[in-house]
Design a protein around this ligand. Structure first.
Ligand SMILES: *Cc1c(COP(=O)(O)O)cnc(C)c1O
Ligand SMILES: [Zn+2]
Length: 417
């Protein structure tokens, strides 16, 4: 991989060759997440905006020279990436804004953003000849790894809290993963998975541990900028749990700036649930995320429930280095956003997906965006992932179906009422 200069510890800045370390900086343990540093001169020889324009591959692999994999490594057959960026003029008008787009990552093969990272994990594990891949997850990273592994017949072991939504657990079982339902929180599942991976020598996909997961997630920024004709948006809204997505969004934009493919860094706004607000609290109070203790996380948006965000260092940098912000939204605001976003754009998000839109609504109220801003909101997960959440959303909204007998009379009565 001559396009990679080295891996750099986000804490001490020490650098390593990719084959020198397994996942994290040996001096800093699980906190010492590594950032992949590229040689952009090498990358430029293999990809350009012009070659992309002629590339018919619409998946994340169209950006392969920018990804941390060998050029000739086989990739899984599921089509990851290439998700739509919908212009949402009605949502924009409703908020007094000019331009709002929804990037719909509910359209990934296992219906969440996590496929972007899990696709990379499968390739890296196979490059290493790993027999088993493992991850802990609130649900979506697990489903993503599970589905991607099924597509290439790769054995895997998954750790999820037993409270994960049924749909996500169903995905794991349908795809044939070995599933450990952990009687505890996501944070407990994470620690247990690290221990088991260590014990058995499994390939570890864990978010905020494996340095390559941000690299898959960064492809969303490439797509958004390419879909906007390389005219980067002014502001991006992304929901934040462990902080790997927001770090990846930032990394993708940094790559594009370094290559000279975009000419400004958008502001990145991280949206957290009030009940899982570690990053927002640290940002508001100016706290050091290396020493800030875990919080008790509780929110309807299970995918962004994280007491100790694993990728918090990159997640903080994404906001501070882009003149962005962290904001919080209540569970009520998240649930309200599900129907508003769905009716205003046709994009049905799970709670953590619609949280980003709830964040935009909040940001408008707070004056954090201006009417002229070109704004992209990332919907990270499909609404069908969490039917209980969706039903709470319509209940709150007061929407009810009519119960009718199979007679036109009854329909007339219902419509007349
Ligand atoms: C994982 C996830 C997030 C948050 O991503 P982090 O990297 O944990 O911050 C947001 N929305 C959905 C639907 C997710 O699955
Ligand atoms: Zn270090």
């Amino acid at each position: 991989m001559n396009h990679i200069k080295h891996l750099k510890c986000v804490i001490c800045g020490k650098t390593y060759q990719p084959d020198e370390v397994d996942y994290v900086c040996p001096d800093h343990g699980a906190e010492g997440i590594l950032d992949v540093v590229y040689d952009y001169d090498v990358i430029r020889q293999n990809i350009s905006r012009e070659t992309l324009a002629g590339n018919k591959d619409t998946t994340i692999w169209r950006y392969k020279p920018l990804l941390p994999v060998e050029p000739d490594s086989p990739v899984p057959p599921l089509t990851v990436g290439g998700t739509p960026l919908y212009d949402a003029p009605r949502l924009a008008a409703g908020l007094g804004l000019k331009h709002v787009w929804i990037k719909d990552d509910g359209r990934e093969p296992t219906a969440s953003f996590k496929d972007r990272a899990s696709a990379i994990a499968v390739v890296k594990a196979q490059e290493k000849g790993a027999e088993i891949i493992t991850t802990a997850s609130t649900g979506n990273a697990a489903a993503a790894l599970s589905g991607l592994c099924a597509s290439v017949d790769q054995p895997n072991v998954i750790f999820v809290p037993k409270s994960a939504p049924q749909a996500k657990i169903a995905q794991l079982l349908v795809f044939g993963s070995t599933v450990m339902l952990v009687d505890g929180t996501y944070d407990d599942a994470f620690e247990l998975c690290l221990e088991a991976a260590d014990e058995y020598g499994w390939y570890n996909r864990n978010t905020g541990f494996n340095p390559y997961m941000s690299e898959g997630k960064k492809t969303v920024s490439y797509e958004i900028c390419e879909q906007l004709g390389w005219d980067a948006p002014d502001v991006l809204f992304v929901s934040v749990g462990d902080g790997c997505i927001i770090g990846g969004v930032h990394k993708g934009l940094k790559d594009l700036l370094a290559l000279g493919w975009i000419d400004k860094m958008p502001r990145i706004i991280g949206v957290q649930a009030e009940g899982s607000n570690y990053m927002a609290e640290a940002w508001t109070r100016g706290e050091d995320v290396l020493t800030k203790p875990p919080i008790q996380a509780e929110t309807v948006a299970d995918s962004i429930s994280a007491g100790l965000p694993r990728d918090r260092i990159k997640a903080m940098a994404a906001v501070t280095e882009t003149d962005g912000a962290y904001i919080t939204v209540s569970d009520e605001e998240i649930l309200a956003a599900i129907v508003v976003q769905a009716r205003g754009s046709g994009v049905f998000g799970e709670p953590a997906g619609a949280a980003a839109y709830a964040g935009l609504v909040k940001a408008v109220e707070m004056g954090l965006v201006s009417p002229q801003d070109r704004i992209v909101v990332i919907n990270t997960g499909n609404g069908l992932k969490d039917i209980a959440g969706a039903m709470k959303s319509v209940e709150m909204d007061g929407t009810e179906p009519y119960l009718v007998k199979p007679s036109l009379e009854d329909v007339k009565r219902a419509l007349g009422a």
